[in-house]
Design a protein around this ligand. Structure first.
Ligand code: ADP
Ligand code: MG
Ligand code: ZN
Length: 505
């Protein structure tokens, strides 16, 4: 007869939840019964835990053991409960006294040999444990550095079940986590590499300052990919809360380096157009894995050669662009991952890839069909749509050091973000890309009639949609924010109009 309980942590999407694992041990035919809505992976846990206990040198109790995981309604996925199960079984049968655990929560998968194996999502799990009042936590040795990114929790690293047993039974100390260096993220490519291309650089700076989605059109070799890759280098670094959130998503994806640090640089994801649906959106069995859309959360999702992406992928972008979440539907139910992304698209003018009017012999219908794959609701959300010309010889042969660096541009971007944040202080957003049409078109932010006369004319003629009208206004505000002025005038509006493909003509 016996009863014991330990603390563990479960994950649903990005959210960790405190879980209590309790064991009730009774006389009767030897059996191990798991309840509390465990999924199939928990049944596999039964075999791992039994083998690990035996191979850790303990006797498997010949009793009837009932294990319950609370709260019952929480879906429990993945293998991270193994360690808690093993410890609670030993405690419930009187083989361990949990006083030595000191209230520590337990996370870890067990190998059949009794090793404690790493799991995905340790960062969000430890965050949740800390929020629920846990002050000590034992995690797989390989995840210990990651766990120690969470402030206010004492982390202990376990390499084997035997170590944990010795710790609880005889206070043999468990190792500290390795110290996490606070070195800067490796600097990505720098804007100083981009020669000429003033228009493209300006569009990129506007995108960074206003957090506008950006589409770059132009012939191959114009520098579209080059520019897009440099967007993160001119985005403000993530603050503490954002850095934890982004690092947590990468933790669940198993995408952190062995000695991780908080991700401070907005992420950049550039999935290939042949990538599978789950790779982009997320999915998989057991603990769902976030895809590129979520790995780009609070950073940049770059779709190079965008028209090559399947319609289903382009459609899958709509919900994240709308509400910042992506829903992963699986046989075991839906999971949600955050995906507040800044979208950058690049496209050649034609599928043949030659790109200039001289060598492309495709029909005009074929060319239009190609770009039309991007049309509709998706393009409606892209404030900046610019066409780049091939970079001229003069620029390529010019002074290599004459270009501004990313650090210089970033200073202007940060100042512009500040100005916008002050203006939108009463709103639920702080960047121009999220300003709503209603706010832009009404006092106090309605622009004087002379500034918007041209837009009104186009609206009447039907050459500008109502949504297009709002997009031009948003960009006009970003132009003045970057320039350190107060209100857009006629020239700013016409410049913003120029930064829209189709409307420029
Ligand atoms: N503006 C530029 N400044 C310097 N190099 C450039 C520029 N544009 C293109 N290049 C060179 O051409 C290569 C191809 O550019 P890329 O960005 O891939 O073009 P795109 O994506 O438009 O086809 C780059 O790797 C770079 O070496
Ligand atoms: Mg390219
Ligand atoms: Zn062509």
């Amino acid at each position: 007869m016996g009863y014991a309980r330990v603390r563990a942590v479960g994950l649903v999407g990005l959210e960790g939840h405190a879980v209590t694992v309790e064991a009730h041990v009774a006389a009767g035919l030897p059996a191990l019964v798991l309840s509390g809505l465990p999924d199939t992976s928990l049944n596999e846990a039964r075999d791992r835990v039994r083998a690990a206990i035996v191979n850790a040198g303990e006797k498997w109790p010949q009793r009837r053991i009932t294990i319950n995981l609370l709260p019952a309604e929480l879906p429990k996925r993945g293998s991270g409960f193994d360690l808690a199960l093993a410890v609670v079984i030993l405690a419930g049968t009187g083989m361990l006294n949990l006083g030595g655990l000191g209230g520590a929560a337990l996370i870890g998968e067990l190998g059949l040999d009794g090793q404690v194996r790493p799991v995905r999502g340790v960062l969000p799990m430890v965050l949740a444990a800390a929020q629920s009042g846990v002050r000590r936590i034992i995690v797989p040795a390989e995840n210990a550095a990651e766990a120690s990114l969470v402030p206010g929790v004492q982390v202990r690293a376990a390499a084997t079940l035997r170590q944990v047993i010795e710790f609880v039974r005889a206070s043999v100390p468990l190792p500290d986590p390795p110290t996490v260096s606070d070195i800067e993220d490796a600097a990505g490519p720098d804007l100083s590499d981009v020669l000429g291309q003033e228009r493209g650089r300006f569009a990129l700076e506007l995108a960074a300052a206003g957090q506008h989605h950006l589409a770059l059109f132009g012939p191959p070799g114009a520098g579209k990919t080059m520019l897009a890759q440099r967007l993160p280098s001119i985005l403000p670094p993530l603050d503490d809360a954002a850095a934890l959130e982004v690092t947590a998503v990468h933790s669940i994806a198993g995408a952190l380096p062995p000695v991780p640090q908080l991700i401070r640089r907005p992420p950049f994801q550039a999935p290939h157009h042949t990538a599978s649906g789950p790779a982009l959106v997320g999915g998989g069995t057991g603990l769902a894995r976030p895809g590129s859309l979520s790995l780009a959360h609070l950073g940049v999702l770059f779709l190079d050669e965008a028209p090559h992406f399947g319609v289903s992928v382009l459609n899958a972008l709509r919900q994240p662009l709308e509400d910042g979440w992506v829903t992963v539907a699986r046989s075991q139910g839906c999971t949600r991952f955050p995906a507040r992304i800044q979208l950058v698209l690049a496209a050649n003018p034609c599928a043949c890839g030659t790109g200039n009017d001289v060598s492309c012999t495709c029909s005009s219908v074929a060319r239009r069909t190609y770009l039309n794959r991007l049309s509709g609701p998706l393009m409606d959300r892209i404030d900046l749509q610019v066409t780049l010309k091939p970079v001229g010889a003069a620029a390529l042969l010019g002074q290599p050091d004459s270009q501004e660096s990313s650090a210089q541009v970033l200073q202007r971007v940060i100042a512009a973000r500040q100005a916008a944040a002050e203006r939108w202080a009463g709103q639920e957003y702080s960047v121009n890309a999220r300003a709503t049409g209603a706010v832009l078109r009404c006092p106090p932010f309605r622009l004087p009639r002379v500034a918007t006369a041209e837009l009104a004319k186009r609206l009447d003629r039907g050459t500008l949609s109502a949504r297009g009208y709002d997009r031009v206004l948003r960009v006009a505000w970003t132009i003045v924010d970057l320039d350190g002025r107060i209100t857009p005038d006629k020239d700013d509006v016409s410049e913003a109009l120029d930064l829209r493909m189709g409307e420029a003509a």
